[in-house]
Design a protein around this ligand. Structure first.
Ligand code: GLN
Length: 304
């Protein structure tokens, strides 16, 4: 099947949502992004690639980085990681800290901020040059040496990260952060600042879509069953407290970020990345979700 005509059709269908929502502005640097952009890239595992719109424009991946940090932390710690982080949907906002108190500092899952602060802590504890290691891993997955952190976005987020700092101190209080709180926040904001295009993201997530092969990239090694677990958590927790709605509408494991990116995959078939900065109240891209909903509905290719 040639997917290009379908993708062009989807682009027209979602135009009615082009001005709904607005880009994240709680991180000052993200407020400067032109919100009226849309890109998409689809990689079929047989080697075909399709592009739409601004598929080669880099944007801030933000929480999509949490999949990469989970992969690294799981490869380092193995199943011990699940003593420090749960695997249940949170049903709360990505930056909520209420559950941490009554769960004694154990985040509900690795894709809310609390959970990713713990994966960042694991990486800081066990890797000598964590920033270099992390960016090299992402570059290897995406097969693009020109992927970088944005110092501007890192600085911007660090200048206003009181809520994440509160989460980090609560984790520290409960003994679930082993490094200095400032070092963990610095690494966490740095990994969130990585800039990638839809083409980069779709290519990078092919490694998770190739779920019948062991994962071995740039020193990060995961068995088939661990890749399955990462995909399962994307399915149940990848879009924060909109993960149920996303499963209902789209039906694919996925991860979103407040930069407006969403990357989704169909195990053993394809990976697809979309980007549009205008977000809904849950922090997920409005046009991105619509495009993915239409894609799996029209192709009848969702995991359900
Ligand atoms: N860096 C962002 C934060 O911590 C990531 C949030 C997101 O993309 N949902 O708030």
């Amino acid at each position: 099947m040639d997917y290009q005509p379908l993708l062009e059709h989807i682009r027209q269908e979602i135009e009615v949502y082009a001005h709904d929502g607005k880009q994240a502005d709680y991180i000052p640097a993200l407020a400067n992004v032109n919100p009226d952009q849309f890109g998409l890239c689809l990689n079929i595992l047989d080697g075909r690639t399709y592009h739409l719109g601004a598929s080669d424009v880099k944007f801030s991946i933000q929480s999509i980085s949490k999949v990469f940090s989970l992969a690294v932390a799981l490869s380092l710690l193995g199943k011990e990681l699940w003593q420090r982080i749960g695997k249940e949907p949170s049903g709360t906002a990505f930056n909520s800290l209420v559950q941490l108190e009554y769960e004694h500092g154990k985040p509900r899952n690795p894709f809310i901020n609390a959970g990713a602060l713990v994966t960042a802590d694991v990486i800081l504890s066990l890797i000598d040059n964590p920033k270099e290691f992390f960016i090299n891993f992402v570059r290897t997955l995406a097969d693009n040496p020109d992927i970088n952190y944005s110092e501007e976005v890192t600085r911007s987020e660090l200048s206003c990260c009181n809520l994440n700092a509160s989460i980090a101190y609560l984790l520290k209080h409960h003994g679930n952060l082993h490094n200095d709180v400032h070092d963990v926040l610095d690494f966490y904001c740095t990994m969130c600042s990585v800039e990638m295009s839809c083409e980069d993201l779709s290519r990078a997530f092919m490694a998770f879509a190739k779920s019948s092969q062991p994962f071995s990239h740039a020193g990060v090694n995961l068995s088939i069953s661990r890749v399955k677990r990462i995909n399962a958590i994307m399915q149940t927790c990848g879009l924060y407290d909109e993960s149920g709605e996303f499963a209902f509408l789209v039906g694919l494991p996925a991860k979103s970020g407040v930069g407006g990116g969403i990357v989704a995959l169909y195990p053993s078939r394809y990976s697809i990345a979309v980007w549009s900065p205008r977000l809904n109240s849950k922090g997920n891209s409005i046009m991105g979700m619509k495009a993915l909903e239409l894609f799996t509905s029209e192709t009848e290719e969702s995991i359900f």
